[in-house]
Design a protein around this ligand. Sequence first.
Ligand SMILES: NC(=O)c1ccc[n+]([C@@H]2O[C@H](COP(=O)([O-])OP(=O)(O)OC[C@H]3O[C@@H](n4cnc5c(N)ncnc54)[C@H](O)[C@@H]3O)[C@@H](O)[C@H]2O)c1
Length: 429
Amino acid sequence: MEIAFIGHGYVGLVTAAVFAGLGNTVWVVGHTKEKIENLKKGITPFFEPGLAEMVSHNLKAERLKFTLDYQDATTSSKIIFICVGTPPQENGEADLSSVRQAAAELGRNLKKYAVIVTKSTVPVGTNREVEKIIKKFIAKGVKFDIASCPEFLREGSAISDTLHPDRIVIGADSSQARDLLLDLHKSINGERVVTSIETAEMIKYANNALLSTKISFANAMSFICDAVHADVEIVLKAVGMDNRLGRAFLYPGVGYGGSCFPKDVKALIAIAKKHKYNFKLLQAVNEINKEAKDKFIGKVSDELSPLKGKVLAVWGLSFKPNTDDMREAPSTYILEKLQKMGALIQAYDPEAMPNASRILPKIKYCDNPIQTAGKADAILVLTEWNEFKQIDLRKIRKVTRGNLFFDGRNIYDPEKVRMAGFIYKGIGR
Ligand SMILES: NC(=O)c1ccc[n+]([C@@H]2O[C@H](COP(=O)([O-])OP(=O)(O)OC[C@H]3O[C@@H](n4cnc5c(N)ncnc54)[C@H](O)[C@@H]3O)[C@@H](O)[C@H]2O)c1
């Protein structure tokens, strides 16, 4: 099938590459000349495991085509996915300006029937607005349908998630749109949820809101466990053994981040408010997430006070492992605060340092974890990259000045850290 994607971010580019890999002819429309020229050469704008190889392979096979021109992408495409960003505004609502712009361009350029599918995470009612915008600009007599296909891929495992999703949600009114989408996805396994457009739009917010709720619950439990000297890891492990619950996303840490959870929680609070419901549960989820970061900062400053002139070695900057994405990464908030208190930061991240250096310019960036630890008063682990789990901590202790070890992701066995000569400070244990 010939299909198109508007936007080449984590969602657009990954999904486009996967569908090209499955044998479709796939257009990707961008709006930045430099990025499109790079993509034509196989240079991807961000790090995602396996993506650069997949893009190069499909470029060579001429199944993946990059363009700035909507006309190229709309001439023969049967399905066109809108995958542009929907970042949060000051009031928490999703900024839909890119979605509206893409809809207008599609309206202006569509010359024959296509299904316009929104993959971006958008509030209920947005697809209906997309339909109105397209109708305003489309040439007389050209037919189209709209559909909602929210995306659930996770950065870091995005290709595998797209090829092996838990479910594929298709929200559509028209049977033609629904059948085309079912046909496109036929070689991908996973449950199908075929429903109304409004329900599909809501599924995505409900999903991210509940995942965020689990994380904030784990964090709130860690605060209490710290106070009563219980071990939150064992508490949540035992809780997770309950078949009705499971352990997924019940891990405490320094808070959730990234481009989705914080924004989607705030957007759902805003959607509820518009419909006169005060979503108190999600407000608490949001507040506990900030508390997780503040409590970690408090732990570090309590132990090292005064922080002025203290050297902190930071392992991990990205909001989670296997990505270079720094959007709303807890490290940003935590390190800015610690710097304001006078701490000197030296940091290492396997992938995120180029992005981090734009947000956190006053940090000394290092080549590896051991160099980062040199003469440090404390180690702070902020992202659970596998690389950090394998480190010989005895070697690390030989180069540090102090002996404090703050495990912000509970990835180490406290006893092993102590055996290496450190004082272990985890989350809720
Ligand atoms: N990142 C994730 O893990 C993830 C997962 C599921 C859903 N989502 C949702 O998918 C959407 C996209 O997320 P993302 O992470 O891919 O964002 P992103 O910021 O990585 O990418 C957005 C892309 O849209 C492009 N764009 C913006 N306006 C455009 C226009 N008018 N024409 C053409 N291109 C335009 C940008 O250049 C960029 O390539 C968001 O709504 C997000 O909430 C993201």
